[in-house]
Design a protein around this ligand. Structure first.
Ligand SMILES: [Zn+2]
Length: 146
């Protein structure tokens, strides 16, 4: 674990505690070529990742916006809520959901950067595309709002 990862996890756990949640989280360091050194955790059924540089991300979630989600930490703390909203939108527009270049159709993303949904585009993508997909939700871009 890098010191940036350690700092980010402490920050995340403090935020969880502040909101009365359970901050005991089992982070696992990836050995997969797609994500070596990145920490993965399943938090209430949604995968969180912490990159070596300390970036925390929710690989399944495409996008989030201020003011409710002002920082990646807050978004990560509210990951299940973000996932539930995305799932409702995706279920209403399944074809659009399948065509997205970020996010996933399933909430759990494994160290190979694939979710567990067969119809999700990640299943057939190259390693580079999956790495880009995993990072997708972090950079807030108004063009991607929908
Ligand atoms: Zn997927």
């Amino acid at each position: 674990m890098t010191s940036q990862q350690d700092d980010r996890i402490k920050e995340f756990e403090n935020e969880v505690r502040k909101r009365g949640g359970n901050a005991v989280i089992d982070w696992k360091e990836s050995n997969s070529p797609e994500s070596r050194g990145i920490l993965f955790a399943d938090v209430d059924g949604v995968t969180l990742m912490v990159y070596l540089d300390g970036l925390i991300s929710i690989p399944a979630v495409r996008t989030y916006h201020p003011p409710r989600y002002p920082t990646p930490i807050i978004a990560a703390v509210l990951a299940t809520e973000l996932w539930t909203m995305q799932k409702a939108r995706d279920d209403a527009q399944p074809e659009t959901a399948k065509s997205r270049v970020t996010g996933h159709l399933g909430p759990i993303v494994d160290p190979n950067l694939k979710c567990r949904i067969e119809e999700c585009r990640c299943q057939k993508e190259s390693q580079e595309d999956r790495q880009r997909r995993a990072r997708g939700g972090y950079n807030w871009n108004p063009d991607r709002c929908s």
